[in-house]
Design a protein around this ligand. Structure first.
Ligand SMILES: Nc1nc(=O)c2c([nH]1)NC[C@@H]1CN(c3ccc(C(=O)N[C@@H](CCC(=O)O)C(=O)O)cc3)C=[N+]21
Length: 285
């Protein structure tokens, strides 16, 4: 079998075109969706991601502020900034780029963001609402993955979904969201025994470990749907996923590439969540 490649990049372009129209319609009603991104320090990878977010917002006519703070910013200064953005009527989405420097308590910063503006979906209130199956801001990478599966008409209900990785921003929430869609979900991680036996049972395999070529064809069940969430920058500057794409292509029924797969969908869902926040804050449709 040769898998169908799911290009998130192309789907993202279609969705963003629709969002551009929506932003322009909102603007006519006096609502100007605004995403404010805070970055602390000068990690080149983080800077490149946030610039990507800024570019994407501007392309659909959305206002975006990038606040670049020095590495030396104190925990309290960051909390004060988040608090002022919470109260700023012109700001609808607040994203604090992770990871933060060691001296800043990440959890406290995330909890300081108003759940009404939590477009990342990382606030414990958003997570709790997701766990309860209630309407909320869903984290962008998992939401992007579900959108890709739905777009391809891939059935989720009753399928065995195996999630490799248990991070707070990808692994844990994607498992929960697949469970909410009636998949049977197994989480695997670095301490899992006989992990290959479990991987080979996966109808849907979500790989989010951050290790180049961690998954190869012999770990994949024939006909599985393989979603590669890895974002690994190699020494030569190229970006690669967690799955050995060439070999997996022969085994899977669908597979996402890196780049041009999940990444562009993540940013698209961030734009989606920001539009949703703006509508909710201003009570418009
Ligand atoms: N608070 C917070 N929210 C995040 O959503 C968040 C974060 N922190 N920290 C870092 C990760 C990483 N992340 C990516 C998003 C898009 C691409 C993306 O669009 N990648 C392109 C390629 C970009 C390139 O070539 O550099 C692609 O896969 O085609 C990658 C990585 C969001 N993150």
């Amino acid at each position: 079998m040769s898998a169908e490649v799911i290009y998130g990049r192309e789907l993202a372009n279609d969705l963003r075109e629709r969002m551009r129209q929506e932003v322009s319609k909102l603007s006519e009603q006096g609502v100007h969706p605004n995403l404010t991104v805070i970055i602390v320090g000068e990690d080149p990878a983080s800077l490149s991601y946030v610039r990507g977010k800024e570019r994407a917002s501007q392309k659909i006519g959305m206002q975006s502020n990038l606040i670049e703070l020095p590495e030396s910013t104190s925990h309290q200064e960051l909390l004060d900034l988040v608090d002022s953005l919470n109260h700023n009527q012109d700001v609808h989405g607040i994203l604090v780029q992770l990871p933060l420097p060691e001296h800043i308590n990440e959890d406290e910063v995330i909890e300081a963001i108003s759940p009404k503006k939590d477009v990342d979906g990382f606030h414990p209130i958003s997570i709790g609402r997701m766990m309860a199956g209630k309407e909320t801001f869903l984290p962008c990478t998992p939401l992007g993955i579900l959108t890709m599966l739905d777009e391809k008409g891939i059935e989720i209900e009753g399928k065995h979904a195996v999630v490799l990785g248990r991070s707070r921003i990808v692994g844990k929430p994607i498992g929960q969201m697949l469970l909410n869609r009636n998949a049977t979900v197994t989480y695997c991680h670095s301490k899992t025994n006989q992990v290959d036996d479990i991987l080979r049972q996966a109808d849907i395999l979500i790989v989010a470990v951050g290790k180049p070529s961690f998954i190869e064809a012999d770990q994949i069940k024939e006909g599985a749907v393989v979603i590669d969430v890895g974002v690994n920058r190699l020494e030569d500057g190229t970006l690669t996923g967690d799955v050995d794409f060439e070999s997996a292509l022969e085994k899977a029924s669908y597979i996402t590439p890196v780049p041009r797969g999940v990444g562009p969908m993540t940013i698209t869902m961030l734009l989606h969540n920001t539009i949703k926040a703006a509508k909710q804050i201003h009570s418009v449709e």
